[in-house]
Design a protein around this ligand. Structure first.
Ligand SMILES: NC(=O)c1ccc[n+]([C@@H]2O[C@H](COP(=O)([O-])OP(=O)(O)OC[C@H]3O[C@@H](n4cnc5c(N)ncnc54)[C@H](OP(=O)(O)O)[C@@H]3O)[C@@H](O)[C@H]2O)c1
Length: 323
C-alpha cells in the first residue's frame, strides 16, 4: 500500500510517500481502507518535535526519542472496513467508519488498524469521507473537554483559538448547549467563527481577553498561551479553565491550582472509546458539529500539506485524501 512515511524528526520534507506492507489485523483489530485522514496539529508536533515546554521526555515514550516510533502519521481516518480480526463483533467488512487512531497514528496510509475497543464508530451516513473525518480530531477533543464541565443556557464560554480544529468544534458544541460563546481568533477568521455560532469575537491582535475585565464560566484554551497564571482571573469563581494545550508546569500544576482557586483546571489527553466516537458521530450526523475544511491534499502532496499545517493558522481541518 502507499503510505506517507517519516524515519526521522524534522521539517515537512522528512515525509515521503512509499510502498509498505498492508498491516494484518490482530484478533481484536479492524483493518480500515482509508479514504480520508487529516494532517493535524498533532502530526505537526510529532513530526517536528515541537512539543510543549518540558514534555519532550514524556512524549518520547509515545513518539520515540531518537527516531519516530511509528513511521506513519495521521491520527484519524474515515474509510471502509476491509477486514476484521477473529474476535471482532462490532464491525464487518464493508462498514463505513470514522476512527480516532490516537497516539498509535497510521491514518496517512491506504490501510490503517484500530482496536474494535478504541475510537471507532459508524460514519454518519449523510457525510462523505472527507467531511466525516474533518470533525474527528477536533470534535472528539472538544467533546471530551466540554464534557468535564456543565455548560448550558446562561453560561459564558470563551474559546481561545476558535478557528482551529478543536476550537471550531468547541464553539459549535458550546453554542449547541445554549452557552453565550466568545471566540478569540484573528480578523481573517472572524466570519468563520460567527458562522459557527459565536456571539462575540475578540481579535487577539487587537485585544487581550485576559485583560478586558470580563468574566467567563468556562475558558477553553486551544492555543497554549492562556495558562492558569494568565487566564484564571478571567474565570468566574467556581468556573473552569480547560487547557487543551499545556506545558509541563500546567500539566503537573493543575490539581493544585484547582484546589487552591476553587476553579476547575482541566488538562491532559483524551480517552478514545467506541462510546465517545459514537457520540461524536451522532453530533456530526445531526449537524451539531459541522465540517470546517480549510484545504484538501492528495497523498502525493503530503509535504505541502505538512508545510501548510506547520504555519499554525489553518481553519478547521486539512484533509488528506487516500482513495
Ligand atoms: N490535550 C489533547 O488531548 C489535545 C487533543 C487535540 C489537540 N491538542 C492540541 O490543541 C491545540 C489546538 O489543536 P487544533 O487542532 O485546534 O490546532 P489548529 O487547527 O492548528 O488551530 C490552531 C488555531 O490557533 C489560532 N491561533 C494562533 N495563534 C493564536 C493566538 N495568539 N490567539 C488565538 N488564536 C490563535 C489559529 O487561528 P488564526 O489563524 O486565526 O490565528 C488556529 O486556527 C494543538 O496545540 C494540539 O496539539 C491537544
Amino acid at each position: 500500500m502507499r503510505a506517507a512515511v517519516y524515519r526521522r524528526f524534522g521539517a515537512p520534507e522528512v515525509v515521503q510517500v512509499e510502498d509498505v506492507a498492508i498491516p494484518t489485523p490482530g484478533p481484536d483489530e479492524v483493518l480500515i481502507r482509508v479514504h480520508a485522514s487529516t494532517v493535524s496539529a498533532a502530526d505537526h508536533r510529532t513530526r517536528s518535535g515541537e512539543i510543549p515546554k518540558g514534555l519532550r521526555l514524556l512524549a518520547g515514550f509515545s513518539i520515540g526519542f531518537l527516531r519516530p516510533r511509528r513511521p506513519v502519521l495521521g491520527m484519524d481516518a474515515a474509510g471502509i472496513v476491509e477486514a476484521v480480526g477473529s474476535r471482532v463483533t462490532r464491525f464487518r467488512p464493508g462498514d463505513e467508519v470514522i476512527a480516532m487512531l490516537g497516539a498509535r497514528f497510521g491514518g496517512h496510509a491506504e490501510y490503517a488498524l484500530i482496536s474494535q475497543n478504541g475510537g471507532i464508530a459508524a460514519k454518519p451516513a449523510n457525510l462523505g469521507f472527507a467531511d466525516a473525518v474533518s470533525v474527528v480530531f477536533g470534535g472528539i477533543t472538544a467533546l471530551a473537554f466540554l464534557n468535564r464541565v456543565c455548560t448550558g443556557p446562561g453560561n459564558r464560554v470563551l474559546v481561545n483559538g476558535a478557528s482551529g480544529a478543536v476550537g471550531s468544534a468547541a464553539v459549535q458544541l458550546a453554542k449547541h448547549r445554549g452557552a453565550h460563546v466568545t471566540a478569540v481568533t484573528s480578523a481573517a477568521h472572524r466570519d468563520l467563527v460567527l458562522g459557527l455560532g459565536a456571539d462575540e469575537v475578540i481579535d487577539y491582535a487587537v485585544s487581550d481577553f485576559a485583560a478586558n475585565g470580563e468574566l467567563y464560566d468556562v475558558i477553553v484554551d486551544c492555543v497554549g498561551n492562556a495558562p492558569f497564571e494568565r487566564a484564571a482571573a478571567s474565570v468566574r469563581p467556581g468556573g473552569a479553565l480547560l487547557l487543551v494545550v499545556s506545558d509541563r508546569k500546567g500539566l503537573f500544576g493543575a490539581a493544585r491550582q484547582s484546589r487552591a482557586s476553587g476553579k476547575v483546571v482541566s488538562v491532559a489527553s483524551v480517552p478514545y472509546t467506541p462510546e465517545s466516537m459514537a457520540a461524536l458521530s451522532r453530533l456530526a450526523g445531526s449537524g451539531v458539529i459541522r465540517p470546517v475544511i480549510d484545504r484538501t491534499y492528495p497523498l502525493a502532496d503530503i509535504v505541502d500539506a505538512h508545510r501548510y499545517v506547520d504555519a499554525g493558522h489553518k481553519a478547521g481541518s486539512v484533509i488528506l485524501t487516500l482513495a
